[in-house]
Design a protein around this ligand. Structure first.
Ligand code: 5AD
Ligand code: SF4
Length: 496
């Protein structure tokens, strides 16, 4: 749905009537109301009003931020890349690890200083961190200058909440956080970061309850979007120039399982679709060139999915397969439902069926009870699996998760020493792997221009980046590049 479509909807919205009950019509009603309020403000200030959205965390948050930006643009704000010049600042937060939280508190403190100089500035906080009671309490107590706080389940109501916030009588933070919602409201304006690639939500929430992870508590139970809605959203994106989509969910391979609780009803409504079938349906969209997905869980990565990746030329040959730990005992304590051997067998199966596939992973170091022997198992898997790259994390204790009260919390210095060893090994193995591609030709999607150096950056099918010289007209195009020199995580190449 493009901007004209949303403008038409706004024209049709009648503000003399009460707000509609239906979504997303209700939100357009508030967008139009806010446009009226802000138009008066622009007139007074005699300049554009600017917004700044800062995103922490994963791709799902990035996708949510595009919606926040879309709504603010529709109200009439212009984007700015610094908080300093912004009249409206919104932080979309992450709480997966403690240091992300600390960063947010630091930044909000800084916003408090900016607001002293510009008292009309509005500050909103949303996202996963806001779903935690202790966070909201702290904001109310120590950061009373914040205007609006909302969570992950009511992000689609941003316009309505902002309107409510504008009408409040006091200057205290308006807090609107709900524990859960069965609504999925997607048809909202969105400011896509790139015109040629986009993320698409296929499911929300997680039912896995890995014992270290706070996501199931802040994002709620898993809900899948209807397959036909996903396909029509992607088809429309492709009509508007998108060549590559990334299907997003906390655990993509359990896509559709929630529909199947009532199999007969799901079949009647054409919703009995699993993830490999969804991939296939999306790949049938003419004009779509590449499909990626994030994130599968090793415990239920099916043969059917491996076959779909292997046989479908549009599905990128890159699987992000979070390992978390190589120790079977730690994996059990993490509630991951696979062993070291299961993981390595799965890696072998994927590599056998999908030649040249790139595997990437997430690893946590220092989970409670992790011994040197357990850690050696993690190093062993890294060596055997041959990851193209890995996100590595030091275990972070999250209040409310089972692992927070497990015995054997590992001392910081031990964790950091293991972390460094793991990083060194990953660099080593991924370097060796990357070097093998030197001299070959790869099709890349041109994603960025580096104006200073006059170079372009393209992403290969296997997710690796290559920098090369070329005309900026190639942005968003698929081109062939010869890989000349490996620089570890990226290549220098030549357009051919
Ligand atoms: N501590 C450290 N890393 C974590 N992750 C999730 N929860 C924690 C935690 N408490 C990591 C996992 C996950 C990634 C998104 O973040 O590796 O795959
Ligand atoms: Fe967290 Fe595990 Fe769910 Fe991933 S699968 S979001 S790590 S609980």
């Amino acid at each position: 749905m493009n901007k004209d479509y949303f403008e038409q909807l706004l024209i049709k919205t009648d503000l003399s009537l009460p707000a509609p009950e239906r979504e997303p019509e209700r939100q357009y009603y508030f967008i139009k109301k806010l446009r009226g309020i802000y138009t008066e403000l622009y007139a007074k200030k005699k300049r554009d009003l600017c917004y700044h959205v800062e995103t922490y965390g994963c791709q799902m948050n990035a996708k949510d931020s595009e919606k926040l930006a879309g709504i603010l643009s529709m109200i009439g704000f212009k984007p700015t890349d610094s908080e300093k010049n912004a009249d409206f600042v919104i932080y979309n937060t992450c709480t997966v690890r403690e240091n992300a939280n600390l960063k947010v508190y630091g930044r909000v403190g800084y916003l408090g200083n900016l607001k002293k100089k510009n008292p009309d500035m509005m500050i909103a906080l949303c996202g996963c961190m806001m779903q935690e009671e202790h966070v909201v309490k702290k904001i109310k107590e120590s950061y009373g200058f914040v205007d609006l706080v909302f969570g992950t389940h009511n992000l689609y109501m941003f316009a309505e909440l902002l309107y409510e916030c504008m009408l409040r009588k006091d200057r205290k933070p308006l807090v609107r956080v709900i524990d859960s919602s069965d609504k999925i409201v997607e048809a909202l304006p969105s400011e896509q970061k790139y015109g040629f690639k986009a993320g698409v939500n296929i499911s929300f929430g997680c039912n896995n309850f890995c014992t270290y992870c706070i996501v199931p508590y802040v994002r709620g139970r898993e809900k899948s979007r209807k397959p036909d809605e996903i396909v029509s959203e992607v088809a429309e994106m492709v009509d508007n120039g998108v060549k590559e989509v990334m299907l997003l969910g906390q655990n993509v391979n359990s896509y559709g399982k929630d529909f199947l609780k009532n199999k007969a009803a799901a079949e009647r409504m054409n919703q009995a679709v699993d993830f490999p079938e969804l991939l296939h349906m999306v790949s049938m969209i003419p004009g779509l060139m590449r499909i990626r997905f994030m994130t599968p869980h090793p415990k239920d990565l099916s043969d059917k999915l491996i076959e779909e990746i292997a046989n479908n030329p549009k599905v990128c040959k890159h699987v992000h397969l979070p390992l978390q730990s190589g120790s079977t005992e730690i994996l059990r304590k993490m509630n991951r439902h696979y062993t070291k051997e299961d993981y390595l067998n799965l890696v072998k199966k994927i590599k056998d069926r999908i030649p040249g596939v790139a595997l990437t992973t997430d690893i946590i170091v220092g989970f409670p009870g992790e011994t040197e022997e357990d850690f050696a198992d993690t190093l062993d898997v890294v060596e055997k699996a041959g990851f193209a790259s890995a996100y590595t994390f030091q275990y972070s204790k999250r209040a409310g998760t089972p692992a927070a009260s497990y015995p054997g919390q590992v001392p910081e210095d031990v964790v950091s020493e293991r972390f460094d060893r793991l990083l060194a090994l990953i660099h080593d193995t991924s370097d060796k792997l990357a070097k093998k591609a030197a001299g070959s030709v790869s099709e890349v999607l041109v994603e960025e221009i580096n104006a200073e150096k006059g170079t372009l950056t393209g992403r290969m099918n296997n997710n690796m980046l290559v920098h090369f010289e070329g005309d900026e007209k190639l942005l968003g195009e698929l081109v062939n590049v010869k890989l000349i020199e490996c620089k570890g995580f990226y290549y220098l190449g030549e357009l051919i």
